[in-house]
Write a protein that binds this ligand. Structure first.
Ligand code: ATP
Ligand code: MG
Length: 571
């Protein structure tokens, strides 16, 4: 492509966005923000996205059939699974003005995912055991009303996803296919250039299954996920499911001190409290009072500096949902205003859950259950009975250990580029999707779902592969392989460049030829670095019969012959 024909222009002085990918992709005119979380894909950006999606397509074609499902769906489908009210990022679409509503006043859902659409589709074709297994996928635009959309392509309100759904006669067959999908995913991430940095992490299976789901997480400083790696077990855990043991604070030489109730009016946060009491934050205790969906009141205590992981806690207490108890309830239960709750002397009807981080300490603080008061130098066995059982419902933290191996986790940030989920029978039940087995008996269908964020992959690659000058695209997804630069447009060298451009293009090598008049050499080189094409080739009066070649990732350029150029480019 001739750069003079590109309708976009780079803008090196464009504003800095909160994320590197948003900044560089907009300076390079790959994408343009329309509003938070919504972007236009411009010629260069669309080329990159298409390459990523084609790699995904090639691998998915080996394990499924491609279709294209609609972006909008009738509300009824979402009602049928109960997710119309539940999915907290769901958008709806309806007539935008009176005239439109008068024509059709229905309301639709803008699909955030497609289980509600694909299950009836699959059911309409395949109902005999002979039809199974099969898998359907699409690469499509998704809509999610995300709370925070400030990380460029990493989190869009409109974004692209490849979503695959598989259908099976048994859980075993689902498990078999699930492993096949894992392999296909691994190949995709290798092919787009993220293989070395992408791991498979265990994550929550949500309310679909007791099993884990699996996330493909790419190491990335600006990713939103935190991964805990146990080297001994060679298992990666998403923080939400990482079993954790806090560092022990048991010091044999520490003497047991006398308990005291100390006034600390209005001092509520653990750090503030620790400073006020002149104790380490690890000696404080955070006690939260919750109300469960069954109407039970529970107290959950973690060591100061930790947070309660509601997902972990829900599993332990066997409830569906939790909410913090109202100020009124807290007062009724503890006898104190919010902020002074502790695990001392709670009424018998309140079930107390103690995280393991609370134990293994001496002389610790906890709320006195008396407005304005905190109790200090609390000790199990004296002020409180030794807990019968301790749990792990804290949000795991750097420095924590895997409880079984006792080994401190390696902790790193990552971006979730893919996610595979055993759905089991959640959606087949909702849509009464059964098949007839060999004996003519009806049986429930098992399902799995498998997502890859194609626009997020593009963002992650930019987050990881950039320098002060711009982007460094991996060759297989770069918008072009070669950025050919003509320094002038009115000399003999320009004609040579045109000839080379035609030759390379005929060979199927993708070239962006900077043939723009009135643009300085310095500007052209800066653009080439910003756009990040893997090879820069200069043909100028100075290069004579040779060409100057430079890899984007290297600083040295060299003069080579045309033949050598073809060899360098792999032809
Ligand atoms: P996250 O935890 O990041 O919100 P998710 O678990 O809700 O993602 P899935 O429903 O599993 O996402 O979607 C499959 C894939 O789609 C994700 O692995 C991710 O790569 C991508 N994805 C999800 N939400 C977004 C988004 N808002 N913007 C861009 N990509 C996204
Ligand atoms: Mg996910």
């Amino acid at each position: 492509m001739r750069q003079s024909k590109l309708f976009t222009k780079t803008d090196k002085s464009a504003k800095e966005f909160e994320s590197v990918n948003a900044t560089l992709l907009q300076k390079g005119a790959f994408i343009k923000q329309v509003m938070a979380g919504v972007y236009e894909f411009l010629p260069l950006g669309l080329r990159v996205l298409a390459k990523i999606e084609n790699i995904v397509r090639e691998e998915m074609d080996k394990i499924g059939n491609e279709v294209l499902m609609p972006s909008i769906a009738p509300k009824e489908l979402w009602e049928q699974t109960g997710r119309l009210e539940k999915v907290d990022v769901l958008f709806k679409a309806s007539g935008a003005n009176k005239a439109s509503v008068e024509k059709n006043n229905a309301e639709y859902v803008l699909n955030s995912t497609h289980e509600e659409v694909v299950t009836p589709l699959a059911k309409s074709f395949n109902q005999s055991y002979k039809d199974f297994p099969f898998a359907i996928y699409q690469i499509q635009t998704k809509f999610r009303n995300e709370a925070r959309a400030k990380s460029g392509l990493l989190r869009g309100r409109e974004f692209r996803m490849k979503d695959l759904y598989s259908f099976h006669v048994s859980e075993e067959d689902l498990k078999r296919y699930y492993e096949e999908a894992k392999k296909a995913y691994t190949t995709v991430f290798e092919r787009v250039g993220l293989g070395d940095d992408t791991v498979i992490a265990l994550a929550s299976g949500g309310d679909f299954t007791k099993d884990f789901s699996h996330e493909f997480q790419t190491r990335c400083e600006t990713g939103e996920d935190i991964i805990f790696y146990s080297k001994k077990l060679d298992i990666y855990f998403n923080r939400e499911v990482a079993p954790s043991k806090a560092p022990s604070l048991n010091d044999e030489n520490e003497e047991i001190k006398a308990r005291e109730d100390v006034v600390g009016k209005g001092i509520i946060g653990v750090q503030e409290l620790a400073d006020y009491l002149k104790i380490p934050v690890e000696k404080t205790t955070k006690t939260l009072i919750f109300e469960t969906d069954k109407g039970e009141i529970i107290a959950a205590a973690v060591r100061g500096g930790y947070d309660v992981d509601e997902g972990k806690l829900l599993k332990i207490i066997g409830a569906k949902s939790l909410k913090l108890a109202s100020a009124e309830t807290v007062k009724k239960i503890t006898g104190a205003e919010v902020g002074y709750a502790g695990i001392l002397n709670l009424p018998a009807e309140v079930k107390v859950y103690i995280d393991e981080s609370v134990a293994n300490r001496k002389n610790f603080e906890c709320g006195a259950n008396k407005t304005d008061y905190h109790s200090i130098n609390i000790n199990f066995g004296r002020d409180l009975p030794e807990p019968e059982k301790v749990y792990d419902f804290k949000v795991a933290k750097e420095g924590d250990m895997h409880p079984e191996t006792g080994e401190v986790y390696e902790v790193f940030r990552a971006a979730e580029v893919g996610n595979i989920f055993p759905l089991n029978t959640k959606f087949s039940e909702a849509f009464d999707y059964k098949y007839t087995d060999e004996n003519g008996k009806e049986q429930i269908v098992y399902m799995g779902c498998y997502g890859i964020g194609t626009t997020r992959i593009m963002g992650v690659i930019v987050e990881k592969l950039n320098d002060e000058k711009g982007i460094l695209w991996p060759e297989q997804i770069a918008p072009f392989k070669v950025h050919l630069i003509s320094v002038r447009t009115d000399d003999e060298a320009f004609e040579k460049a045109e000839k080379l451009y035609n030759e390379l293009t005929e060979k199927g090598i993708e070239v962006l030829w900077d043939d723009r008049a009135g643009v300085s050499a310095g500007e052209k080189f800066a653009d080439a670095d910003l756009i990040g094409t893997p090879w820069r080739v200069v043909v100028s009066a100075k290069t004579g019969e040779q060409v100057e070649i430079k890899k984007r990732s290297e600083s040295e350029s060299k003069l080579i012959s045309k033949e050598e150029l073809y060899t360098a480019l792999g032809y």
